[in-house]
Every structure is written in structure tokens, then in C-alpha cells.
Design a protein around this ligand. Structure first.
Ligand code: ACO
Length: 336
């Protein structure tokens, strides 16, 4: 029997219309446009409206991805959604809600919780499901309404995050040239307090104290996370390239998680990447956690820069701590 590979067929994304600029944040907390730009590279981020949920944004991104893969909803046999801002804590999963809104019924659907690494984690799952022969067309989503878990009284976090969604179709192929080359995903829970939403959960069930102490919002040890991110990402991307015998000049698009321009620059410099190889969306979207990488891939797709056979290197780092990388040729369906 011929071997089955996983192909990255298509991409779609959705960004809410409402813009929260650095100047807007200056009026909310003790910060400045200069500080935010210099330390992070962020100019503005998008914020979903009150009646726009994580699943609503995901559905818009997913419709584009399904359409661009020349598939219909009936072809999808697995829905995986990476998110840390699900529609509901903790059931039903956002993937179930999305599948229902799309009219994809009676297929497996589940969420992945790996913070900013969620999309790469979801890709590793999709690749394994396809290569094992269990599924044929998987809808992989990263979607976040982070504005619901961001504390807009905490200047150390509220300047970083935004809302949005991205989606991709991963399909079975017999053509080895189309195959996702490698996906790496790792975690170290000993740093679990570096990025944490303390409540609600089994450790801190709902109480008045949680609201009083603002424990339902994201807390981050930013500077400590920054240092580990640079070190870990640099060694992870070097290892994935070495293991697969690929040189950094062979990478068409380096698509890093958009957490901080300084982290992206440090990793890019370590790989000696040229400016035109690096995909940057951080200035206009900020950090959208699991949505950031698919939103960035969508950006180059819609600008006409992503072509069949282009090699993408993804890298990501987030709460858990979790991190990962992936080597992916873009493989739209052949009749495109
Ligand atoms: N405006 C003005 N000053 C500020 C702000 C702000 N918004 N935030 C912090 N400061 C101050 C601090 O209080 C501190 O002041 P002090 O020197 O008087 O104590 C000073 O600026 C420096 O603070 P640091 O935290 O050391 O600043 P740093 O250069 O590390 O930048 C940042 C902070 C942007 C958060 C950075 O550390 C970072 O990007 N960390 C990594 C984030 C990340 O990658 N997270 C993983 C993904 S997110 C996820 O998984 C959900």
C-alpha cells in the first residue's frame, strides 16, 4: 500500500473590525506608544465586538479555508480548534460549536489547549491523524477572543494581546513533494506559573474572591518568559532544520508566532534570515495567541506572496510553557 502524507492545502483568517491602538491604551493605563513600539513592535490590535465570540471568528476563517481548498463542508472529517479563550469554560468545546455553526455534523471535534503554541500543536495532531489513515480532510483552527481574559488594568499584559482567528485545511495526499515535512511540539510544566489564568478552574473554583483579586485574567512573568522564549526557540528551529537537512536559505517564509518583534528578530538573526523571508503582522494584530500563525500565513496568501511549493518554517512559544516548530510546503489543490 502507498504511504499517505499530510498536505497543507489552504488558509483563511478573520480579524475583527474594531481597532485598539497604542494611543487608545495610553488613555486606559500608564503606558506610552513609544514604550509599546520599542519593546514589542505592536502599533495596534483588533478587538472583537460584544456579540462576536471565538467560534464566530473561527467560522469566518474556516469558511475561507474550506472554500480555498476546493472542498465542501461534507468533506471535513475532523475539526480541531486551538484556543485559550473558548466560548465556554469548559464544555462544549469550541470545536463542537464551530462544527455546528458550519453545518459539519457527526464528525469528531475537539479543542487543544497549548496557549500560543496551539496551532502548531493542532498541526502535529492533524499530521498524525492523516498519516495513520484515520482522516482525510481536517479543519485546523486557531481562534482567540483574548480580550475576554486580558486585564485592561494591567499594563504589563493588556498592551500585548488582540483577537482574531485563522484556519487551515490539512488533507491526505500520495504526493511526497506535498507532504508536511516535520512538526515538533514540546512542553515544560515546571514553568506553569510564567503564564497563567488562575481561575476559574478546579484549583480556584468560582468565588467572589476571584473577581475581587482579578484572578480570571491572564498573568505573565514577561521578562522571564522572554528570555526562555529566545533561547528555546533558537535551539528548536536550528534542530528542526538540521534534522531535516534544510538550510535557512531554503526557507521561503519564516512564520513565527507574533509575540514580540524582539523575539522574532533574535531568532531570525540566529538563523541568518533575510528581512524578506520573515513574515511580520505583529504591528497591526499584536499577539493573538493560537490565531497568530494562521493569521500571518493568511496575510502572505492574500498579498499573493504564498505560492505552491513555498517552504514555510513556523515557530511558536507560549503558556504551559509550550513551544514548537514546523516545516511545511504550501500545497494548494492541483486544479488551483
Ligand atoms: N508601559 C510602560 N512601562 C511598562 C509597561 C507598559 N505597558 N509594561 C511594563 N513596563 C515597565 C515595567 O514596570 C518595568 O519598569 P521598572 O524597570 O521600573 O521595573 C519596565 O517597563 C521593564 O519591564 P520588563 O517586563 O522588564 O520589560 P521587557 O523588556 O521584558 O518587555 C514584554 C515586557 C513586552 C512583556 C516582554 O517581556 C515580552 O514580550 N515577553 C515575552 C512574552 C511572550 O512571548 N509570551 C509568550 C506567548 S503569550 C501566550 O502564550 C498567551
Amino acid at each position: 500500500m502507498s504511504r499517505v502524507y499530510a498536505a497543507f492545502r489552504s488558509i483563511g483568517a478573520y480579524a475583527p473590525k474594531n481597532i485598539l491602538s497604542n494611543e487608545d491604551l495610553e488613555k486606559m493605563v500608564d503606558t506610552s506608544n513609544e514604550w509599546i513600539l520599542k519593546r514589542t513592535g505592536i502599533k495596534e490590535r483588533r478587538i472583537a465586538s460584544k456579540d462576536e465570540s471565538t467560534s464566530d471568528m473561527a467560522v469566518e476563517a474556516a469558511k475561507k479555508a474550506i472554500d480555498r481548498a476546493n472542498l465542501s463542508k461534507e468533506d471535513i472529517d475532523l475539526v480541531v480548534c486551538a484556543t485559550i479563550s473558548p466560548d465556554f469554560f469548559n464544555m462544549p468545546s469550541t470545536a463542537c460549536v464551530i462544527a455546528n455553526k458550519l453545518g459539519i455534523n457527526n464528525v469528531q471535534a475537539f479543542d487543544i489547549s497549548a496557549a500560543c503554541s496551539g496551532f502548531v500543536y493542532a498541526l502535529s495532531v492533524a499530521k498524525a491523524f492523516i498519516e495513520s489513515g484515520m482522516k482525510k480532510n481536517i479543519l485546523v483552527i486557531g481562534a482567540e477572543k483574548l480580550s475576554t481574559i486580558v486585564d485592561y488594568q494591567d499594563r504589563t499584559t493588556c498592551i500585548l494581546f488582540g483577537d482574531g482567528a485563522g484556519a487551515a485545511i490539512i488533507s491526505a495526499t500520495l504526493d511526497k513533494d506535498e507532504a508536511i515535512i516535520d512538526v515538533r511540539a514540546s512542553a515544560d510544566g515546571s514553568y506553569q506559573d510564567f503564564l497563567i489564568t488562575p481561575a476559574p478552574g478546579a484549583v480556584n473554583p468560582p468565588s467572589q474572591e476571584i473577581l475581587d483579586n482579578r484572578l480570571c485574567y491572564m498573568k505573565m512573568k514577561g521578562n522571564e518568559t522572554f528570555k526562555i522564549a529566545v533561547k528555546t526557540l533558537t535551539s528548536d528551529v536550528k534542530e528542526i532544520l538540521e534534522k531535516n537537512n534544510i538550510k535557512s536559505e531554503d526557507i521561503t517564509h519564516f512564520v513565527p508566532h507574533q509575540a514580540n518583534y524582539r523575539i522574532i528578530k533574535a531568532v531570525g538573526d540566529a538563523l541568518k534570515l533575510k528581512e524578506e523571508q520573515i513574515v511580520l503582522t505583529i504591528a497591526k494584530y499584536g499577539n493573538t495567541s493560537a490565531a497568530s500563525i494562521p493569521m500571518a500565513i493568511n496575510e502572505i496568501y492574500e498579498e499573493g506572496k504564498l505560492k505552491r511549493g513555498d517552504l514555510m518554517l513556523l515557530d511558536t512559544f507560549g503558556g504551559g510553557l509550550t513551544w514548537g516548530s514546523a516545516l511545511i510546503p504550501f500545497a494548494p489543490s492541483k486544479n488551483d
